[in-house]
Design a protein around this ligand. Structure first.
Ligand code: BV8
Length: 244
């Protein structure tokens, strides 16, 4: 299932760079963005909820949506796909992991040097000055207020229409340009600027690999497509490349 030529390329690669999306967490039971969100949230479009406008319009609804997602992620565990990337980081000469995900599962699996393009569900800050909040009481008022400036607390994630953290973005593009081999895993390749990273890597000469059960707008640019769930494909890939 893993082409021999890809096995050789991965063994020889000076730097392996990985970009992950919501698909790698699907087998941990976390719904992807485009999968209909289960239960209470089925009637909302995530791209409508994950915006500053939605928060201004209905801060409690947005705060509650993220509280629901925080609970779901806390109850979830990394899956074999996440652990295969920890193995890959261990074996690769140089390795960079860039994620669009905000669920923190790569860190919980044991990867280091993770570039979080879109922030993290586990972090909360205030909307006015981004003062971090490591605890809050939302029994009285939801969203709770910042203890320093009294503005509303919000999740420390990047909403649609918001700029990505400059340092993370810079590190991600630098990694893409230095990649010998660039894997995109579990992403629909629809959200910018993350979706430009594989193309940036290709322009700099990287071999592109896609791991996804479905084709995506990026598929036509790939050198290798490994069709299937990352929880199965990634462990098989790591075993084929580093069998010891
Ligand atoms: C920006 C955090 C500029 C929040 C996320 C109009 C106005 C403003 C901006 C825009 C606009 N038009 C376009 C844009 C740009 C916009 C954008 O790209 N929009 C899209 C919808 C067209 N981008 C932005 O707004 C970005 N900011 O441009 O700012 C700017 C500059 C300066 C100053 C001011 C502004 C910000 C984008 C970040 C948004 N935040 N997340 C939260 O999570 O709540 S994005 C969010 O959606 C995720 O983080 C992720 O990135 C994205 C979902 O994508 P995927 O991860 O790919 O997930 P998806 O569900 O789509 O696909 C899952 C895939 O997995 C599928 O392919 C499936 O087949 C596969 N899969 C399923 N199961 C498995 C699997 N794969 C493997 N194994 C399996 N088992």
């Amino acid at each position: 299932m893993i082409p021999d030529s890809l096995v050789m390329l991965m063994r020889e690669a000076e730097q392996i760079v990985v970009l992950t999306g919501a698909g790698i967490s699907a087998e941990s039971g976390i719904p992807t963005f485009r999968q209909a969100l289960t239960g209470l949230w089925a009637q909302y479009d995530p791209t409508e909820l994950a915006t500053p406008e939605a928060f201004r319009r209905n801060p409690q609804l947005v705060w509650d949506w993220y509280a629901w997602r925080r609970e779901m992620v806390a109850a979830a565990s990394p899956n074999p796909g996440h652990f295969a990337l920890v193995e890959m980081e261990h074996h690769a000469r140089q390795f960079r992991l860039i994620t669009q995900n905000v669920d923190g599962l790569h860190a919980r699996a044991g990867n280091n040097h993770i570039i979080e393009l879109h922030g993290s569900l586990s972090r909360v800050c205030c909307e006015q000055h981004r003062h971090p909040a490591d605890s809050w009481d939302d029994s009285a008022e939801r969203p709770p207020r910042c203890r320093i400036c009294d503005s509303l607390l919000r999740p420390d994630v990047v909403w649609f229409g918001e700029a990505l953290p400059a340092k993370a973005l810079e590190q991600a593009f630098a990694a893409a340009r230095a990649a010998a081999l660039f894997l995109t895993i579990g992403t629909s390749g629809l959200v910018q600027p993350a979706a430009s990273l594989p193309l940036e890597a290709a322009q700099a000469g990287a071999i592109l690999v896609e791991v996804n059960p479905e084709p995506t707008p990026l598929s036509s640019r790939m050198d290798y497509i490994l069709p299937g769930p990352s929880g199965t494909i990634l462990p098989a890939l790591v075993r084929a490349v580093w069998p010891d």
